[in-house]
Write a protein that binds this ligand. Sequence first.
Ligand code: ASP
Length: 341
Amino acid sequence: MKPSQSIFSFTLITVTLIFFTTLLPACLLEEPKEEGAQFVLLIHGGAGTILKENMKPEMEIKYRAKLTEALEAGAEILSNHGSSLDAVTHVITILEDSPLFNAGKGAVFTAEGVNEMDASIMDGRDLNAGAVTGVRNIKNPILAARAVMEESDHVMLFGRGAEAFAETQKLTMVEPSYFYTESRWKSYERAKERAQKNSDEKHGTVGAVALDLDGNLAAATSTGGMTYKMKGRIGDSPVIGAGTYADNESCAVSATGHGEYFIRNVVGHEIASLMKYGGSSIKEAANYVILKKLKDQGGDGGIIAVDNQGRFSMTFNTKGMYRGYITSGGQTGVMIYDDEP
Ligand code: ASP
């Protein structure tokens, strides 16, 4: 064999091995394709420095159980021909009601020691969208976001105006103390002591994206924001195109991470545009935005995204992201750390 032939054979074997050991399994997980109508639901519960060695086993069980409960509740809606919009809304209320996540009960505290929550929702059928920001006494901010979308002429309402509107919609209102949890308060006190905003305890936002049996996409995101954020600070979660985006012509995206970077990079819309105008696959688009663009800028976080064919991606550049998926084909999984497939 000539040297040039042996180099060629070696390269071919190496490329084949890399394909079968790394790229192929990743494609199978992230891009399942089933025949006929199908549904797909993905959820996240925040990204950040989530390390197995720092996680108490009983907490890990609780996280996995709550993510599984939310996935199963959403799948129940989708399998009964419910809409992706209803599925993502319901799933987010379950996660908002859980003190484990930084949304609804369990939201993080601002520098002034109060909860100011943001949420948004988008319908991929017609690009209709709704959002609320800085709300302090709406039990489920995602329901307020949905009401803004369906019952008002606007896309985004903030603070007292959003709360007054929620009351007219007969949504459940609570005292601000309802959102308190001891662990978030301790995080706040630690952040205050250090007076540093880049605490690793800032994440825990919740999100859901779904494709329903009619081929419609929807996305929803809800958060308390970032620990020790400035009063009045608004992150990416309620910003349509940044933390939440859905368009039947491309994909549905929900983000979590350092919101300022997600706003500047218009992450949800960027991923959708790379697919729609650039011809990228969902995986290529998500990898480029999260693993290249954001990472190069120092913007930590991740996304969940599903396209109109049911192919999906759960991409993050942090040590972990609470996440899960379920499909009509019976594929399901709940993952936390970065080494879980
Ligand atoms: N993206 C959220 C924000 O910046 C925080 C998070 O996802 O943890 O408000």
